[in-house]
Structure formats: C-alpha cells, structure tokens
Design a protein around this ligand. Sequence first.
Ligand code: PLP
Ligand code: TYF
Length: 400
Amino acid sequence: RFESIPMAPPDPILGVSEAFKADTNSAKLNLGVGAYRTEELQPYVLNVVKKAETLMLERGENKEYLPIEGLAAFNKVTAELLFGADNPVVQQGKVATIQGLSGTGSLRLAGAFIERYFPGAKVLLSSPSWGNHKNIFNDSRVPWSEYRYYDPKTVGLDFDGMISDIKDAPEGSFILLHGCAHNPTGIDPTPEQWEKIADVIQEKNHIPFFDVAYQGFASGSLDADASSVRLFTARGMELFVAQSYSKNLGLYAERIGALNVVSSSADAAARVKSQLKRLARPMYSNPPIHGARIVANVVGDPVLFNEWKEEMELMAGRIKNVRQKLFDSLSAKDKSGKDWSFILRQIGMFSFTGLNKAQSDNMTDKWHVYMTKDGRISLAGLSLAKCEYLADAIIDSFHN
Ligand code: PLP
Ligand code: TYF
C-alpha cells in the first residue's frame, strides 16, 4: 500500500544545507539557511544560554510535563519582551500567550485557530515571503493569497502596490506582516509607512498577523524591532503575533517561541487562550521545557538580559560588517557601473541579491556558493575573509 506514495520534494531552504554537506570543494560556502555563524563560520552558542543552562543544572530542575500553554514564567517574559512590560494590553490581561514549537509551530497553531474560528477567511502573504508560510497555511486549510511587496526595479518596497492589495482583500482578512527584518528581502516599511499600513488594515477590518522571528536582529535593539507590533497595539487593534527565539538567542533546535493573541478584553483573551490550548492538545499535547527555561532565565534576569543584548549587538554587528565589506568588494570589482547600494539598505540576516534562478544555479554549480534559488544569501553565514570570493562569484553570475 505504501508503493503508491510519491517522493516529496526537498525543502528549498533546508535542502540547500544537505547539498552543501555533500560538496567536497574547500571553497564552498553555505549562505542558504538563516543561521548565525562566527567569523570562523562555526555555529555559535550564546554565553548567556550556557549560563542559563548552568543555572538550570545547579537547581536540579525536573522534567515533568508542562501545562498545554507552556511555562508560565516564559509566557510572561516573552509577552513583555514583545509588547513592553508597561503596555496596557499586557497590564490589562488582553494578551493570550501560549508557548509554541518555535516560530513555525506558533504560526501553525494560529493557522489551526483561523481555520476553526474564521472559516473561509484569507491570509495575505507578502510577495515574496518566507517559503514555509505557504506550506503552513496550505496544511492548515486556510486560503491565502499575496500582496505586492518587493519591487525588483528599485530593489525596494512596492509600497503603493502593498497598500492597494491590502485594500482590495476581502474584509476581515488576516494580513501577515514580518515585524522586522523581512525574510527574504531585508526590506522593512518605515515608521510612516507602518502607520499607513495600520490605517488600511483598520479601514478594512482586517486582522494583523505579525511574524516576529528576528527581534533584535534588524536594528540591534529589541524595543526598536518591536515598534511595528507596538504601533498596532497602541491603536487598540486585535492581532496575532508569532515569536521565535531561534535566531536572537540562537536556540534553533530547542524549538522555542510563542503565539500571542491580543484581544479587545481580558475576557475574550481568556476564551481565546482556552481554545488555543484545545487546539494544541491533540497536535502535540504540551511543548518542550528546556528552551522555555533558558528564555525565562535570560529575559527574566536583569543581569543576563543585559549580557544577551550585548551578545546580540555583537552578532548584528558582525553581519553589518560583512554587509559593508561585501558592498565594498562588489563596488571595487564590478566594472559594469551597477549600483550595489541596495545591499547596504537591506537589514537583518539576509541580502536579496536580485540574482535569478539560473544565476543562483551558477553561484552553486561553478562557485560552490549555496543559496536559495530566489537569489537570497544569508550574510549570517558569511565571513569577512570570504567577501572577496563571494563578490567574484556574484559578479560572474550576474554578467553571465
Ligand atoms: N518566520 C520567519 C520569517 C522566519 O524567517 C523563520 C525562520 O527563521 C521562522 C518564522 C521560524 O523559524 P523557527 O521555526 O525556527 O522559529
Ligand atoms: O529562512 C530561513 O533560512 C530560516 C530557517 O523549514 C528555516 O527561516 C528554513 C526552513 C525551515 C525552517 C527554518
């Protein structure tokens, strides 16, 4: 009976890492997955994470099941980190927070909630968006479509297109927004543009649905990177936020994140939370404890919290340095007169190079540079030492 099961295609992002591993060329570079590497291109475990884990061992904590909604201390600090501890929505108990299986699992839980309580409602995704968004809503049986976002002519935001598509969506749609450091383009709206986005969303009774996977990685400031979400809550809007600690605490494999639902009253928030628990129970029963404890210890402790901010600035700073060096190398080497300044305008872990599929294939086949076929490169996987090589590869591929 299993003979008829067809082979599934590999994940377009995680599949790149598989191909990279199989390549024996010593010049190879993995710029596929958005995972932070040191200048030596090694994975990095944050010092604050090690300290939190030492604390946990010393305390001799047990491995009992968590409640369905996760670790209470985690849920408290994660909502405060996102909205701000003094935010009225937090103070007034209007936020239902449930620990999720990192960003992905939190998005998926939101998908299940939308499917059950907003049947037929559409989710609008940016074009382009993180590839897994489509999979998540497909499997949740939530219809989705796209709004214009990236403008290849300016390598910038198609703001008018975005506004017009959000306006044209059926009333009461869920508008998925990247809270900061848009993946894959690295292009975020300005504060003024966020206000206008909030205006049309309110006009059309849409529901904002933020995906926050890079808090602290866009500007280097946790508060500044949450300003988009806070701007919407300040307007009293009901909304969703999926959070992830994969990148900013380097907890990729711990699968730690949260889904926050802001309601117009504490009563509604309690009911929403009860339904989220009901949805989570048959899917995974309850979430894992280790990452939740790490986050609770780091974010909930003023000393570790400050150390975390320093380490995050270090990570964000290293990415900014390779961004600058890559731009300098491209500008110096490329004789075609092409303007590479878009690289400096993009923020976060990625650069959207504008390389098309054939050119991206050339990067991999000829230069052993592994990247996604949409032309995205992860600068978090690049070192200063490799910038010149990468610039040669990009110039060759562009003019190929
Ligand atoms: N959302 C976006 C935009 C992402 O880039 C990612 C991946 O990093 C995620 C969500 C979810 O990642 P994770 O499930 O590891 O938290
Ligand atoms: O875009 C990225 O590289 C990250 C990592 O199924 C990622 O979001 C990629 C694919 C995936 C989970 C995480």
